[in-house]
Design a protein around this ligand. Structure first.
Ligand code: M6R
Length: 608
C-alpha cells in the first residue's frame, strides 16, 4: 500500500526522501513523488509513474536542494495510475501526501468547487489538500487549518503536509493509517513504516489515531484534533529492516493473513450502510435499467480467484432470486464455444489483474458484446483497464504467492455487488440487511478469530505436517472454502491435497481414506448440518484421521475440532477459511518450506 516519508533537518531532503521511499518499495506501489521546500521558500515537486528509479531519473535532471520535504509511493485507489494522480498534491499553499481513503471526498469536492477550487487529479487527496487550504486563512496556523479540515473528514488517513508560509514545519496526522515520527539529532524523519527510519534513528513517536503532530528539526509536539497538547513518549524501534517490512512477522504470508481485518475495512469502506441495511458499490457503471435487466452472471477466475467466485455465487443465488450464476475456470472457458444469454454480465476476478487466462476470457467475453466488470486488487492493472466497469477490492499489496487476504476481499466485493443487485430484483431486503450487518462486524470477527485460534492451528499443523495426503470436505458454502483450503495447503506445504463436496465422498474419494491421509471437514451450523456430519461419520468409520472446523456448538466426534464462536452465520465460511490459511501456513513452516515463494509458482501468472 501507499507509503509516506517526510524530512526536516540539515541534510538534503531529496536524498533522505528518495532513500526512504526505496525502503518502502516492498509494499508495492505504482507511482511515486516528492515535494521539497528550498532555502528561498520555493516549493518543488517531482512525480513519476513506475518505480522509484524513474523518480530518481527525473530528479537527476532537476535536483531539489531544500532541507524539508515529503515523499510518497502511491498504490492507486481513486483515479488511475498517472503522474497527475501521484502524490504529493499541491493546492495553493498546501503540499500534501496521504495514505488512506477519504470516504466523503465527493461531497467535499462539490463544496470546494463552489468556493472556486479547481482540481487537476481524480484523487481524494487533492480534495483534502484543498479543504486544508480553505481553512488556512490569514492568522490561522497550518496546525489549526489541518485540525479543522480533518474534523470534516470521514474515512482513513495518514498525512504529511507543509506550506511555504511556515518553512521548517511539517504537520502529520493519522486515523487508521500508520505514522511514525523518528527523532534524530537536529533532524526529524517521518514515515508510514518504521523501515524508512532505520539508519537515521531508532527513537520514535508512534502517532495514535486521532492525533496530529507539529514537527521541526528539533522534534515534534503531539496534539489531539481538538488541539489539546499530549505528552507523547518516544519509543525504541525494535528489529532489523527485513523484520520491520514484514510487520514483525516471519513471513509476508502470515502478515497478510493477520492483517485481513484492516484490509477488509478498506474493502468495505463507504460501501455498506448497516443502519439502512444496504450495500453499494460505486464502480460497476451500470444504469438502473441495466441492473434490473441482468439475468445471468458469469464469474471468471483462476485458482483462489475462481474459488472466491464460487463462494460468492452461492451468496448471489441467495440474494438475487431471478438470477442464474455460473462460475468458470478461465483457462478452460477461454477456449470453449461458450454462448452467453442476453442480459449477461461477467465478473472478472483477479488479484493481480494480469493473469493471462483471465485476461483472455475477458477479451473473449467482450467480443460477444457482454458487459464485463472487474473484481481486481491491483489498480491500473491490465484487467482493470480493459473491463467496462467494476470495483477494486482494496486488499493492499499481496506479496506472498499464496493468496489469502485477496480471497476474503474478492468474496466480500462480489457479495456487495449481489446485495446491490438484490434491490433491483425483488430480493428480500431483510436478508440483504442481515448480510450487511454481518459484513459490518466481519473485520473484527476475523481479527478475534485469528487471535483466538492462532496457537491451536499451529499446534494442529505440527500434528499433521508429516502426512502425505489430505482431503478437504464441505457442503454448500463450505464447499468452495474446502477447495480453497486444499489449494492453500498443497501450494505452500507440497502435501497432496484435494477439495471435494462432501456429498461426493461416496462417489469415489472415500476409497482413498487410509493412514497416509487426514481429512479436514468444514461443517457449518446450518440446515445441512446433519448431512455434513454424515460424511464425517463415513470417514471415521473407515479409520480416517479427521479435523473439523465448525461454527456449531453441537456434539461432533472427530480427532480434532476447532470451533469458532461468532454472531456471524452467513459469512462463517470466510472465518473458517482464515483458520485454514493459518493451518497451511504453519504446516509449510514446520516442513521448512519457502513459505512466501513456494517452488514452481509465480505471484502473477502472465503466461498461459
Ligand atoms: O492474480 P490472480 O488472482 O488472477 O491469480 C489467480 C491465481 O493464479 C492465484 O489465485 C493462485 O491460485 C494463488 N497462488 C493461490 O494462492
Amino acid at each position: 500500500m501507499c507509503g509516506i516519508v517526510g524530512y526536516v533537518g540539515k541534510k538534503t531532503a531529496q536524498d533522505v526522501l528518495v532513500g526512504g521511499l526505496r525502503r518502502l518499495e516492498y509494499r508495492g506501489y505504482d507511482s511515486a513523488g516528492i515535494a521539497t521546500l528550498d532555502d528561498n521558500n520555493e516549493a518543488h515537486i517531482a512525480r513519476s509513474v513506475g518505480k522509484i528509479a524513474e523518480l530518481a531519473n527525473v530528479l537527476d535532471g532537476a535536483p531539489q536542494t531544500g532541507h524539508l520535504g515529503i515523499g510518497h509511493t502511491r498504490w492507486a485507489t481513486h483515479g488511475g495510475v498517472t503522474e497527475t494522480n501521484a502524490h504529493p498534491h499541491h493546492v495553493k499553499n498546501i503540499y500534501m501526501v496521504h495514505n488512506g481513503i477519504i470516504e466523503n471526498y465527493k461531497e467535499l469536492k462539490a463544496e470546494l468547487s463552489d468556493k472556486g477550487y479547481e482540481f487537476a487529479s481524480d484523487t481524494d487527496t487533492e480534495v483534502l489538500a484543498a479543504l486544508i487550504d480553505s481553512n488556512y486563512t490569514d492568522g490561522v496556523t497550518l496546525k489549526d487549518a489541518v485540525a479543522k479540515a480533518l474534523k470534516r473528514v470521514r474515512g482513513t488517513y495518514g498525512i504529511a503536509v507543509f506550506s511555504p508560509k511556515e518553512p521548517g514545519t511539517l504537520i502529520v496526522a493519522r486515523l487508521g493509517s500508520p505514522l511514525i515520527i523518528g527523532l534524530g539529532q537536529g533532524e526529524t524523519i517521518i514515515a508510514s513504516d518504521a523501515s524508512a527510519l532505520l539508519g537515521y534513528t531508532r527513537e520514535a513517536i508512534y502517532l495514535n489515531d486521532g492525533e496530529l503532530a507539529v514537527c521541526n528539526k528539533d522534534g515534534a509536539e503531539v496534539f489531539t484534533l481538538g488541539l489539546k497538547h499530549l505528552d507523547s513518549k518516544p519509543e525504541t524501534i525494535e528489529g532489523d529492516l527485513a523484520q520491520i517490512q514484514k510487520g514483525g512477522y516471519d513471513y509476508f504470508l502470515l502478515k497478510e493473513i493477520m492483517e485481513q481485518a484492516t484490509t477488509l475495512h478498506n474493502t468495505l469502506s463507504g460501501r455498506i450502510d448497516p443502519k439502512a441495511g444496504k450495500m453499494h458499490l460505486g464502480g460497476p457503471n451500470l444504469t438502473e435499467k441495466e441492473m434490473r435487466d441482468i439475468r445471468h452472471v458469469v464469474i471468471v477466475g483462476c485458482g483462489t480467484a475462481y474459488y472466491a467466485g464460487l463462494l460468492a455465487s452461492y451468496y448471489m443465488e441467495q440474494l438475487v432470486p431471478d438470477l442464474t450464476t455460473e462460475v468458470v475456470i478461465a483457462s478452460e472457458y477461454r477456449y470453449r464455444s461458450f454462448h452467453l444469454p442476453k442480459n449477461s454480465v461477467a465478473l472478472i476476478v483477479s488479484q493481480s489483474g494480469e493473469t493471462a487466462d483471465t485476461l483472455a476470457c475477458l477479451r473473449e467475453i467482450k467480443k460477444r458484446g457482454v458487459k464485463t466488470l472487474g473484481i481486481v486488487n491491483v489498480v491500473g492493472s491490465t484487467i482493470a483497464r480493459e473491463v467496462d466497469g467494476g470495483t477494486y477490492v482494496h486488499a493492499g499489496p499481496e506479496i506472498s504467492v499464496a493468496s489469502t487476504k485477496a480471497f476474503t476481499a474478492q468474496v466480500v466485493a462480489m457479495l456487495m455487488f449481489a446485495g446491490m443487485l438484490s434491490e433491483y430484483h425483488g430480493g428480500d431486503p431483510k436478508l440483504v440487511a442481515e448480510f450487511t450487518r454481518e459484513l459490518s462486524i466481519l473485520p473484527e470477527e476475523i481479527e478475534k478469530n485469528l487471535e483466538t485460534h492462532r496457537a491451536t492451528m499451529e499446534a494442529l499443523a505440527k500434528k499433521y505436517s508429516k502426512y502425505d495426503h489430505a482431503l478437504y470436505l464441505g457442503r454448500d458454502t463450505a464447499f468452495p472454502i474446502s477447495l480453497e483450503g486444499a489449494l492453500k495447503l498443497k501450494e505452500i506445504s507440497y502435501i497432496h491435497s484435494e477439495g471435494y463436496a462432501s456429498g461426493e465422498l461416496k462417489h469415489g474419494p472415500i476409497a482413498l481414506v487410509d493412514d497416509r491421509f487426514f481429512e479436514v471437514f468444514n461443517i457449518l451450523d446450518n440446515w445441512l448440518f446433519d448431512k455434513s456430519c454424515g460424511g464425517l461419520h463415513e470417514v471415521r468409520a473407515r479409520g480416517g484421521k479427521t479435523i473439523v472446523l465448525t461454527d456449531s456448538k453441537a456434539d461432533i466426534e472427530a480427532d480434532d475440532i476447532v470451533r469458532i464462536e461468532s454472531p456471524i452465520k452467513h459469512l462463517a465460511p470466510i472465518l473458517l477459511n482464515t483458520l485454514q490459511q493459518l493451518f497451511a501456513y504453519y504446516i509449510a513452516v514446520d516442513r521448512g518450506n519457502d513459505v512466501d515463494q513456494p517452488r514452481n509458482l509465480a505471484k502473477s501468472v502472465t503466461v498461459e
